[in-house]
Design a protein around this ligand. Structure first.
Ligand code: ATP
Ligand code: MG
Length: 300
C-alpha cells in the first residue's frame, strides 16, 4: 500500500507530498521548472555536505522530470515531526529560541571551516557585483512604475530610499573583501523540522551555495525586522552568535541593510501585485526603515 498526501508547501511555488509506504515515509518536492543540467548532482552533493559537517538534514532518495509538465522533483526521507517555527512559536520563549539559533550557527561553522567539504563543486557562487546590478535594475523598475511610485511617496521620503540605495551600492565593496563560503541559502525556522527525536533537521536544502552569511536572509530580511517578529529575530540573532562566536564582523549593519534592501527591491518588483498588499507591506516598512537607520547598535 502506498498512500499520498499533499502537505502545505512554502512560498516558492513548490508542491510537497508525503508518501507513506509499509516500510518508510518519503517527501516528494515538485519544483516549477525542468531539472537543469547538474541540479540532481548538486542536491546529492548538498546532502553529502550536511552529512559530513555533522548537521542533521535530508537524505535524497530519488529525482526526475515530469516530462510533459516542465517540472522536476526530488524525493527525500520524510522527517517525522513538526515545523520548528510552529513548535517554537508555541513552546519556546524568545531566549530559548535564540539559544537553539546559536547552536545551529555553531554547527553551520563546520560548513565554513572545512575547505574540502564542497570538493570539486557543482554549487553556484553568488557574484556580488552581479547581484548588486540586479538590485539596481529592480530599483529602476520601481522608479518606472508610476503606481508603485505614487504609493512609495505616500509612505516614504524618497531621499531616504535614495540614501539606502546609495549605501546598497557602496556595500558591494565590503562583500568583495570577503571570501564566499557555503551557506544554506534560506535559513529560517520554517525550513527546520523538529523531529520526533527532539533533534532539529535542516530542510529546504536546494538553495545551498557559496555566498555570504547575511544572504541567508535574502528572502526574509524585511519581515524579520517587522516589530512583532521578535521570535524570528531571536532565532537569526542566535544563528549569528553561533557563527561569529558571540561577536559580529566589522560593518555588519551595512551587510544587513544590503540584504534588507535586496529583499525590499525584490519583493516590491517581483511579488507584490495588489495595491492593498503594497500598502500593508509599506506600513510595516516605514517602521523598519526608521529602526534600521537610527540603530547605533547591531541590528541583529
Ligand atoms: N523531508 C521532509 N520531511 C518532513 N516535512 C517536510 C520535508 N520537506 C518539507 N517538509 C515540510 O514541507 C514544508 C515546505 O517545504 P520546503 O521548505 O522544502 O518548501 P518551499 O516551498 O521551498 O518553502 P519556502 O520557499 O517557503 O521556504 C516545510 O516547511 C516542512 O513542513
Ligand atoms: Mg521552505
Amino acid at each position: 500500500m502506498v498512500d499520498l498526501e499533499e502537505i502545505f508547501g512554502g512560498y516558492s511555488g513548490a508542491r510537497l507530498f508525503r508518501i507513506r509506504t509499509e516500510t518508510q515515509d518519503y517527501c516528494v518536492k515538485i519544483l516549477p521548472e525542468r531539472l537543469s543540467e547538474g541540479s540532481a548532482a548538486r542536491v546529492k552533493e548538498i546532502c553529502k555536505i550536511y552529512q559530513k559537517a555533522g548537521i542533521n538534514s535530508l537524505s535524497l532518495r530519488g529525482y526526475g522530470n515530469l516530462e510533459a509538465e516542465n517540472r522536476h522533483f526530488y524525493i527525500y526521507d520524510f522527517v517525522e515531526g513538526e515545523s520548528f517555527k510552529e513548535y517554537s512559536n508555541r513552546e519556546l520563549s524568545a531566549e530559548e529560541i535564540r539559544k537553539i539559533g546559536r547552536e545551529t550557527g555553531q554547527k553551520l561553522r563546520n560548513l565554513k571551516l572545512d575547505k574540502n567539504l564542497a570538493g570539486p563543486t557543482q554549487l553556484a557562487t553568488d557574484n556580488i557585483s552581479r547581484l548588486t546590478e540586479y538590485g539596481i535594475e529592480r530599483y529602476h523598475e520601481l522608479l518606472n512604475n508610476a503606481t508603485m511610485m505614487r504609493l512609495m511617496r505616500e509612505f516614504f521620503e524618497i531621499v531616504q530610499i535614495e540614501k539606502l540605495m546609495q549605501e546598497f551600492v557602496e556595500t558591494k565593496d565590503i562583500f568583495l573583501g570577503l571570501e564566499p563560503k557555503l551557506i544554506h541559502g534560506d535559513l529560517k525556522r520554517s525550513n527546520m523540522v523538529r523531529g520526533k527525536d527532539g533533534k532539529i533537521y535542516l530542510i529546504d536544502i536546494e538553495s545551498m551555495r557559496k555566498s555570504y552569511d547575511v544572504l541567508n536572509l535574502r528572502y526574509q530580511m524585511t519581515w524579520i525586522m517587522f516589530p512583532e517578529a521578535k521570535k524570528e529575530r531571536a532565532f537569526v540573532g542566535g544563528v549569528f552568535d553561533g557563527l561569529y562566536k558571540d561577536g559580529r564582523p566589522e560593518k555588519f549593519n551595512e551587510q544587513l541593510r544590503y540584504v534588507l534592501m535586496l529583499n525590499f527591491l525584490e519583493h516590491t518588483t517581483k511579488a507584490l501585485k495588489r495595491d492593498e498588499d503594497v500598502r500593508e507591506y509599506f506600513i510595516e516598512m516605514q517602521k523598519v526603515f526608521r529602526i534600521i537607520q537610527t540603530s547605533e547598535r547591531e541590528i541583529l
